[in-house]
Each structure stands twice: as structure tokens, then as C-alpha cells.
Design a protein around this ligand. Structure first.
Ligand code: NAP
Length: 304
């Protein structure tokens, strides 16, 4: 059965589902949102990363992803990030979004990474549109700066034509930060996407403040270090003071650290399991840590 969020809420299903989520305190209307600097449009601060959505066509492989995406949408999430290089992720998402009938309620972001010039980038973006079964993207990003000189002017043309709403660039590697900063200083961009976490705080030194100065939205990738941070935390208990910012899991702790940075617009944790969606969406509820608590989080993490 296809069901839109509007129908879902109308049927009272949202309330029932939220009641089933441990620690649920509010509905999708009450999620923490941030404005996109270039437009003022507000988006929920936790999105969905899909670099592990590149599965085959079998129902066994796709069912958990369908469930995760449906739950994400039902709980009020909108921003979904993917890329042509994430194997079949674009096609899988195209099928799942179409099947759930939720394209209009998803903020769809993908990437372009061609280095052979304008025609190749144009062909790749058209291919992404077809795979994702859409006529436009909310956000198109240059992946790891690959081919940015040729792609950015083309992306602006697509934006003029209404086929892309926002443009940006991405990285997840500190050895690209110098080049990344140079592009941020030279180009007009709606968004940057960069890695930032309790484990990897280097982007907060120059890139995040620069994004605020330049009026660019910030999408944070790898808030969990690709999952590695959970291994480092092991079975360490959550500190009592996590309750001071309404946090009841390590996932929420790590996400609330990221989204409480004043330059950050949205973070996109990778989630292929619905229980991780339930957990992470809760990071968009309640209080966020202030500067003093953020310092305590950093100190605690450094001592692990
Ligand atoms: N250069 C770039 O443009 C670039 C580079 C890297 C990533 N990205 C984007 O950023 C997204 C996020 O990066 P990522 O997926 O590599 O790393 P990540 O978000 O740091 O970590 C994802 C991992 O954390 C697990 N997880 C999620 N929520 C959890 C929770 N509450 N408790 C315990 N484990 C949890 C996931 O498990 P399950 O999958 O089992 O749910 C997955 O194994 C990517 O999907 C992609 O969209 C972009």
C-alpha cells in the first residue's frame, strides 16, 4: 500500500509509531530544522546517507532498505544523499521512492564526478535523473571536487532551467581541504558537504566557519566515522550528563555533537536498518548541547 506522510498523520499512524519509539517526545512537526542560507528554506537536520544502498534487485536485499526509507519519511526526514558511484544506489532509491510515492516530500541530493568535460557531466546527470525517476534534483554536488571546473558552470545552467534547485561540492578527506577551501573562496555555492565528527574535528578549524561567512549550507557526512566510532566506544556507558541535552543513545550523542555546531545545516548518517533510523531521528528532538557541553563531549571522547 502506498501511503503519503499526510495520509499517515491523518490516520493517526504517526502518533502510534512515535509512541512505539523509545523516548519519543514529539511528532514530525517538532523536528529541529535549519534554514538553507541561500534561500531560507528550512530542512530537518538529520538526513539519510545511502552509500550502502547499492544492492541487487532481490526483495531480500531491498526490503530492509524500503523499511528504513519508509520509516525515515514517516518520522519526518526529508534529505536523502546518494551518488552515481554508490553502485546501484541511485536506481534502488529511484525504485523505492517511486514505490512509496514520496518523491515530492524528499529533498533529493546526488552527485556528479566526471572529469572528461561538460558532455560527460551532462550525460551523467541525465542518467541520474532517469535512474532516480525524477525530472529534477533538489541538490547536485561535485563529488570530491572531481571535474569541478567543467561541472559547476553546467550545474548553474541546470539550476537556471529548474532541473536542479541547489548546487554544491563534497569531500570526506582532510588531504583535500586546501583545494576545497580554494573552491569555496572562488565559487558561489549553495552547499558544501564535508566530514565532521567527534573523531574527526579538523573541518571545524577553517571550512565550517568559512561556509558560514560565505553563506553556504553545510551537509556533514561520516558523523559516525563510517561506523568506526561505535567500535571505539565499545560497551562504554553513556554519561549521565547526556540527559542534559535529551540524549539516550551513542548514536544521538554523536549526531547532537555534529548538529549543534552553528555552521551545520544537516547531517546524513548512513542507515540501512530501521532501528537505526528510529534512533537517529530522535537526535532531531529535544535540546542540543551548548558550548560547555560540547567541550565536555570532546574531552570525554579524547580520553577513550
Ligand atoms: N565525499 C563524499 O561525498 C562522501 C563521502 C562519504 C560519505 N558520504 C555520504 O555520507 C553518508 C554517511 O557516511 P557513511 O555512511 O559512510 O558513514 P556514517 O554515517 O558515519 O556511518 C554509517 C554506519 O553507521 C551505522 N549506524 C547508523 N546509525 C547507527 C546507530 N544509531 N547506532 C549504531 N550504528 C549506526 C550504519 O549501520 P547500518 O547501515 O547497519 O544502519 C553504518 O554502518 C554516506 O552514506 C554518503 O551519502 C559522502
Amino acid at each position: 500500500m502506498k501511503i503519503t506522510r499526510r495520509e499517515f498523520t491523518k490516520a493517526g499512524l504517526g502518533t502510534a509509531l512515535l509512541a512505539a519509539v523509545p523516548g519519543a517526545i514529539a511528532g514530525p512537526e517538532d523536528l529541529i530544522r535549519r534554514p538553507i542560507p541561500s534561500s531560507g528554506e528550512e530542512i530537518p537536520v538529520v538526513g539519510l546517507g545511502t552509500n550502502r544502498y547499492g544492492v541487487d534487485t532481490s526483495d531480500a536485499a531491498r526490503a530492509p532498505l524500503r523499511e528504513s526509507l519508509a520509516r525515515f519519511h514517516e518520522l519526518g526526514g526529508t534529505v536523502v544523499d546518494t551518488a552515481p558511484s554508490y553502485r546501484t544506489s541511485e536506481s534502488v532509491l529511484g525504485d523505492l521512492i517511486d514505490g512509496l510515492g514520496i518523491r515530492d516530500e524528499i529533498f533529493l541530493a546526488t552527485k556528479v564526478d566526471k572529469t572528461e568535460g561538460r558532455e560527460a557531466s551532462d550525460a551523467q546527470m541525465n542518467d541520474s535523473l532517469a535512474k532516480m525517476r525524477t525530472s529534477s534534483f533538489d541538490l547536485m554536488q561535485v563529488h570530491n571536487l572531481s571535474g569541478w571546473r567543467e561541472s559547476l558552470p553546467l550545474m548553474r545552467e541546470w539550476r537556471e532551467e529548474g532541473r536542479i534547485r541547489y548546487i554544491g561540492i563534497t569531500t570526506s578527506r582532510a588531504n583535500q581541504y586546501e583545494d576545497f577551501e580554494a573552491v569555496m573562496r572562488a565559487e558561489e555555492l549553495d552547499f558544501i558537504q564535508v566530514n565532521y565528527s567527534l573523531e574527526q574535528q579538523e573541518s571545524a578549524e577553517r571550512l565550517l566557519p568559512l561556509a558560514a561567512d560565505r553563506g553556504m549550507g553545510v551537509i556533514v557526512n561520516r558523523a559516525f566515522g563510517g561506523g568506526r566510532i561505535f567500535e571505539r566506544l565499545g560497551d562504554q556507558p553513556l554519561p549521565d550528563w547526556a540527559a542534559e541535552f535529551d540524549c539516550s543513545s551513542w548514536g544521538q550523542f554523536l549526531l547532537k555533537y555534529v548538529i549543534s555546531h552553528p555552521s551545520v545545516t544537516v547531517t546524513i548518517p548512513g542507515m540501512t536498518k530501521a532501528r537505526h533510523v528510529d534512533d537517529n531521528i530522535m537526535a532531531m528532538h529535544g535540546r542540543l548541547p551548548d558550548a560547555e557541553l560540547r567541550g565536555r563531549m570532546e574531552q570525554m571522547f579524547a580520553e577513550i
